[in-house]
Structures are given as structure tokens and as C-alpha cells.
Design a protein around this ligand. Structure first.
Ligand code: HEM
Length: 415
């Protein structure tokens, strides 16, 4: 639906283009500029109301009855009819968490929260560390792309281990899961759409088969936990919903963490003093991870849809409108963070960032993402403190929400 905003109260910014090269190169410069101009504007290019300030964005997150999450996974731009056909016929998923409102969200989330218990995350940490060391040990001296060598495969392994997918399926899963970000949050060509849609179907079918398999072969993993909950009380979650949870989790938990690690390495290695400080004192690492989530997060914009007319920052937003929350602008909002453009690994209030959202949809994997970010930095600073960032042009996935370098070339020590 295209909205006609009330031009008497709502500024319009026809130039705002989050898919332009300049924006992708440095979204913070653009997000800061629009925030400094005002708290809200309408973007005709996106057909969205865009919010820029911390307080307003936090208030939206905390008001799920007016700002519905159901839009979350819907493609930002309309898909081609051929793509829609593939999805309608074979992609028979349903919303279970990130794109679902109460009361269904409340039911599924409550169960998932128990599954993501501190015990399960703590039990995963030694596996996260062992895999990190294994991947690091494979790196040869010389130039190396740390995304391909470490920050892509590690979170893929971790989320698969959490769900319980067999390790030997990793390559198949990897092949199916590529390019999802640009598919849903970017503007892919028709050929790209068809490829991703077919992969999504294959992966969805795999998730359903896997749940069937786990029914007969339970193990100590998240899927078995959900199946046990279903057996105990079939009303709590259905097998179909469990397959949907596994499908959603593997996406939510993978490339976000890849991006966190990639951005952290980029930012810390390019500020040598900070890198040396965390090498000398690893107790600074948790703070560095938190600051990285604020300073250069994996999710820089997120969407909601209004369930009724509502006034935000003096602007009337109609029912059914899409609202884009500029998380990057919020995390760099000077009315909330002192000197927001300074990357300060000792920042006391870094944790107040909105990188994981707020309220009922607050990222379920936040604790796990923090563990992965911390373990990666702990092991790299211990094993390769002399590593240096190579001169390079960074590229980023062309989309409005997710951000992280596609490659990150470093000189690995030893030669
Ligand atoms: C740096 C890493 C990550 C970032 C920046 C991130 C960010 C986010 C954001 C912004 C949301 C939406 C919050 C909202 O709509 O209010 C979210 C939701 C979610 N995340 Fe993450 N995430 C990360 C890692 C993970 C990991 C590792 C997992 C799981 C293994 C995960 C699972 C989820 C799930 C299941 C939801 C939906 C929760 C719900 O709707 O109740 N995320 N995340």
C-alpha cells in the first residue's frame, strides 16, 4: 500500500536512499545527518515513515500493540510474479517469532526463552571455543580473509550445534542460506530472486525432515527440547511450529554474528592502540564487544507496521504504514550517548544500545552472540596479536537492514 503522508506535519525526504553506494559505504554519516534534521520523515522511495531518535525508536519497540512486527520478514521491495509463485506453492512456513505478534508470539517465545537458558548457552561456550581454535589453527601465514576463514563458518557451526543439525550437513545448509539478506531486505534481480527462493524452499523442506528425524532420534539440543515440550503439552507448540522455529533461528543466528565479528575486527585493527589494549588486557573484551554492538552493529534498521493511526514526534502516521527504525542513528544519538562517534571500549553505558531491539522481541540470541564475539576476540588476541589489517575496499550486502563487511583481509603473522 502506498501512503500519502500529511505534508503539513511530516517532512518528506525524496533523497533518502539506503541502497545507494554512498549510504552503504557509511550509513552512519547518512543516518546521523537525517537524525540531526529531525526525528521523523517520510521516504517516498521506500514508502516508509523513518524514525531517527533513540527515545522514539525505543518507545516503538515497547509498544507492540500499535507497532506490529508482522512485517519483519516481508521483502522490502515487491518480488517478481515468478518468485511469488515458487514461494506460494512450496514455501509453506508461518510466522512464529520475529514476525509474529501476541498472543502467538508470547506462547512461542516463552518456550524458546527456556530453551535458550543460561545453562544451554554456557554449555555451548566450550564448543564455540574449540571450533574457534580449530578454524584459527587452519589459517596459513600471509593474507587471509577473516570472514571466510572464521567469522562466517563459526556462527554457522554454533547455530547448527544449538539446533542440533548434523555437522556433515553444514555445506548444504550454507549453500541454501546464501543471499537471504539481499533477497528480503534489498532489491535483487529476478534471476537472483528465483535462486534464493528455490534455496529457501530446499532449506524449509530440510528443516521439516529434520524435525521428523529428531522425533525418533532425540538428542541434547534445542530441537529435541522443543519436541519434548510438545510431547508434554501439544498445545504449547506444534511440530510444524518447531520446524518454523528451526528455520528462523538459523537465519537470525548466523550472519548477524558474522557481521559483528567482521565489524569488530575491522574497527579494532584499524585503531591499533585499542587492539593492543585488548591484547594486553583481555578483561576489556566484553566491553569492546558491547561497544561494537553500539558503534557498528549488524542490524542498522528494523521495521514495524502500525495497527492504528498514531502520532509520533508530532506526525500522524496512518494505520497500516511501515515504520523504519534507524537503529544506527539511535545508537549514535548524542542525546543518549556521550561523544557517540568515539569508539570507547570502556564506555559505561554501551549496553544501552538498541542493536538487539527492546521489549517483547528483544533478540533471543543476544547472550549467545556476546559469547561468540567475546570468544573470537579472546582467541585471536591470544594467538595472533601481531595480525594487521591489509589496505582494502570494504563491500557490504546491498540491503536496508543488515551490515557487515563481506570480506576482511588481514596479514596473518608467521611469514
Ligand atoms: C550480533 C548479533 C545479533 C544481532 C545484532 C541481533 C539483532 C536482533 C534484532 C535487532 C532483533 C529484532 C528485535 C525486535 O524486533 O524488537 C533480533 C531478534 C531475534 N534474534 Fe537476534 N541478533 C543477533 C544474533 C542472534 C543470534 C546468535 C540468535 C540465535 C541463535 C538470534 C536470534 C534471534 C531471534 C529468534 C529473534 C526474534 C525474537 C522475537 O521476536 O521474540 N539473534 N535480533
Amino acid at each position: 500500500m502506498t501512503i500519502t503522508p500529511d505534508v503539513r506535519t511530516c517532512p518528506i525526504d525524496a533523497d533518502f536512499d539506503p541502497l545507494s553506494e554512498e549510504y552503504l559505504d557509511d550509513p552512519y554519516a547518512h543516518q546521523n545527518a537525517v537524525r540531526d534534521r529531525g526525528p521523523i520523515f517520510y521516504s517516498p522511495r521506500l514508502d516508509m515513515y523513518v524514525l531517527t531518535r533513540y527515545e522514539d525508536i525505543e518507545a516503538v519497540f515497547r509498544n507492540p500493540s500499535v507497532f506490529s512486527a508482522t512485517i519483519q520478514q516481508q521483502p522490502v521491495f515487491d518480488l517478481a510474479p515468478e518468485t511469488k509463485k515458487i514461494l506460494v506453492e512450496k514455501f509453506t512456513t508461518t510466522a512464529v517469532m520475529s514476525d509474529c505478534d501476541p498472543p502467538m508470539h508470547t506462547r512461542i517465545r516463552a518456550l524458546n526463552m527456556k530453551g535458550f537458558s543460561a545453562r544451554r548457552i554456557a554449555a555451548l561456550e566450550p564448543r564455540v571455543r574449540a571450533k574457534t581454535i580449530e578454524l584459527i589453527d587452519r589459517i596459513e601465514p600471509g593474507p587471509v580473509d577473516m570472514v571466510a576463514a572464521l567469522s562466517y563458518p563459526l556462527p554457522a557451526f554454533v547455530v547448527s550445534a544449538l539446533i542440533g543439525f548434523p555437522e556433515e550437513d553444514a555445506d548444504r545448509i550454507k549453500a541454501w542460506c546464501g543471499n537471504r539478506i539481499e533477497f528480503s531486505w534489498g532489491a535483487p534481480s529476478v534471476a537472483e530472486q528465483a535462486e534464493v527462493a528455490n534455496n529457501m524452499v530446499s532449506y524449509w523442506e530440510y528443516c521439516q525432515r529434520f524435525v521428523e528425524f529428531r522425533k525418533e532420534n532425540p538428542a541434547d539440543d534445542f530441537t529435541s527440547y522443543l519436541l519434548a515440550a510438545h510431547r508434554e503439552n501439544p498445545e504449547s507448540i506444534s511440530e510444524y511450529e518447531i520446524a518454523n522455529v528451526t528455520f528462523g533461528l538459523s537465519f537470525a543466528g548466523h550472519e548477524t554474528t558474522t557481521s559483528l565479528a567482521g565489524s569488530a575486527l575491522r574497527r579494532l585493527l584499524s585503531r591499533r592502540q585499542l587492539w593492543e589494549e585488548i591484547c594486553a588486557d583481555p578483561s576489556l573484551i566484553p566491553g569492546a564487544v558491547e561497544e561494537m554492538l553500539r558503534y557498528d552493529s549488524a542490524v542498522i534498521a528494523w521495521r514495524r507496521r502500525t495497527t492504528r493511526e498514531v502520532t509520533v514526534a508530532g506526525v500522524e502516521i496512518p494505520q497500516g504504514a511501515t515504520v523504519l527504525l534507524l537503529l544506527g542513528a539511535a545508537n549514535h544519538d548524542p542525546s543518549h550517548f556521550h561523544d557517540p562517534e568515539v569508539l570507547d571500549i570502556r564506555r559505561a553505558d554501551a549496553k544501552a544500545h538498541l542493536a538487539f531491539g527492546k521489549g517483547i522481541h528483544f533478540c533471543l540470541g543476544a547472550a549467545l552472540a556476546r559469547v561468540e564475539g567475546r570468544v573470537i576476540l579472546e582467541e585471536l588476541t591470544k594467538r595472533a596479536p601481531e595480525m594487521t589489517l591489509l589496505p582494502q575496499e570494504f563491500t557490504f550486502p546491498r540491503n536496508i537492514s543488515f551490515r557487515g563487511p563481506k570480506q576482511l583481509w588481514v596479514q596473518w603473522p608467521g611469514r
